[in-house]
Design a protein around this ligand. Structure first.
Ligand code: PLP
Ligand code: ZN
Length: 387
């Protein structure tokens, strides 16, 4: 195991590895896992990857689980990076790609984070896992917890897509539906967790989900023969995937796999819930809570993200930006991507297309750029959005 310690992403305070942690005990911000990368790279080499399993555990040396016996897996990750040549021709970007995360277990990229979080919870001895969720994280937690023989307690807004609710019930979770938003669900978990003995696996309130999500960054690099794209467009709620990829790029640079060049990281949000877009425009490092959050792209209905500063730092350090698109635009994009490329996107993933068009219009993306859109989930879970 190559984990050396956990480090607060804001104040830098060191926390011990192989202990259950939530937020920094000093400042209450997220913790990030740190590795002995010199040691990791002895066996984790680009050449060694040619022989490895085709899921995210191929990057074993930079994942946090100590004992292989604790790995809980359905074969998540190593999803296709599809060259979207037809769509690329329409928008005028020949090197356009879609990372199709709808092909993961439980049909979204949330499987990555829950694979590592549940494996670590199992390793560190927690038996009851609780989460507030917009839907897909809940479905993933329910499945991984069941597979690990652990209990899961899930809190979702009452108007979460029905598929997410049914899948949690059918995979053995304790499901509570709440009037309100994911932030209200998170507050409920926070109020009850101590008395109930729950371990809180909320986005970035535990340190291991981001470790699973960071494999998105390793995969994109590997799939593009270790040359990062020029632009990454990512539908952002809590931001774990974006924060994870940004961390992965640093780790890869430290291992000598890539240079210092980074993609321009672009956050996409729905106009009805765009706290990061607002904070980016205002030049702020921390985002205000977005009032009256509303969008059919349920995963983007996150009015306040605890990792806001990590998202905003990555956008600025990379020369990227943040873009809002309307629900009409992202729903129309679902059909357009589906009809041109055959990928039935989650509305969150589809939002990347109108965002790309706005960036082209503003001359922030050029024809020669290699661009990756993240389709973070499958459209099959969102029947209500299309009726
Ligand atoms: C399909 C989909 N896309 C994007 C997101 C946002 O992800 P993140 O919280 O990592 O920013 C979610 C979160 O629920 C989601 O379900
Ligand atoms: Zn701290």
């Amino acid at each position: 195991m190559n984990v050396t310690h956990l480090e607060c992403a804001l104040c830098g305070l060191r926390h011990e590895a192989q202990r259950l942690h939530n937020l920094c005990r000093e400042c209450g911000k997220p913790l990030l896992v740190r590795y002995d990368l010199e040691r990791a790279k002895q066996s984790l080499t680009k050449e060694s990857l040619l022989q490895r399993r085709s899921d995210l555990w191929r990057y074993r040396e930079v994942l946090p689980v100590g004992d292989d016996a604790n790995i809980v897996s359905f074969g998540e990750g190593w999803t296709p990076l599809l060259h979207a040549s037809r769509l690329g021709e329409i928008v005028g970007i020949p090197e356009l790609y879609i990372k199709d995360e709808g092909q993961n277990p439980t049909q979204s990229f949330k499987a990555r984070g829950m694979a590592t979080a549940v494996s670590m919870a199992k390793e560190l001895g927690s038996t009851k896992l609780a989460v507030p969720s917009a839907g897909n994280a809940a479905g993933a937690l329910a499945a991984y917890a069941a597979r690990a023989g652990l209990e899961s307690f899930i809190f979702m807004p009452r108007d979460t897509p029905r598929a997410n609710i049914v899948e949690c019930e059918q995979t053995g979770a304790h499901v509570t539906l709440m009037d309100g938003l994911i932030t209200d669900c998170g507050a409920e978990v926070g109020r009850r967790k101590e008395a109930e003995g729950w371990f809180d696996v909320s986005t970035l309130k535990e340190p291991y989900r981001v470790e699973g999500k960071k494999t998105l960054g390793y995969e994109v690099a590997e799939q593009l023969s270790w040359e990062l794209p020029d632009v990454i467009i990512y539908p952002t709620g809590g931001g774990t995937g974006l924060i994870g990829m940004w961390k992965a790029f640093d780790e890869m640079e430290q291992m000598g796999w890539i240079g210092s060049k980074r993609p321009r990281m672009v956050t996409v949000q729905a106009a009805g819930c765009a706290p990061i877009v607002q904070a980016f425009a205002d030049g702020k490092r921390f985002a205000d809570e977005f009032p009256n959050a509303a969008t059919t792209a349920s995963g983007l209905r996150v009015p306040k993200a605890i990792g806001d500063f990590l998202i905003l730092d990555a956008l600025r350090d990379s020369g990227g930006t943040a873009v809002a698109v309307t629900d009409d635009e992202l729903i129309a994009a679902t059909r357009e991507i589906g009809a041109t490329e055959g990928v039935f996107c989650a509305p969150e993933g589809a939002a990347c297309l109108p965002a790309l068009r706005k960036l082209i219009e503003a001359e922030q993306v050029r024809q020669s750029d290699r661009v990756v859109l993240f389709n973070t989930g499958s459209g099959v879970k969102y029947m209500e959005s299309f009726s």
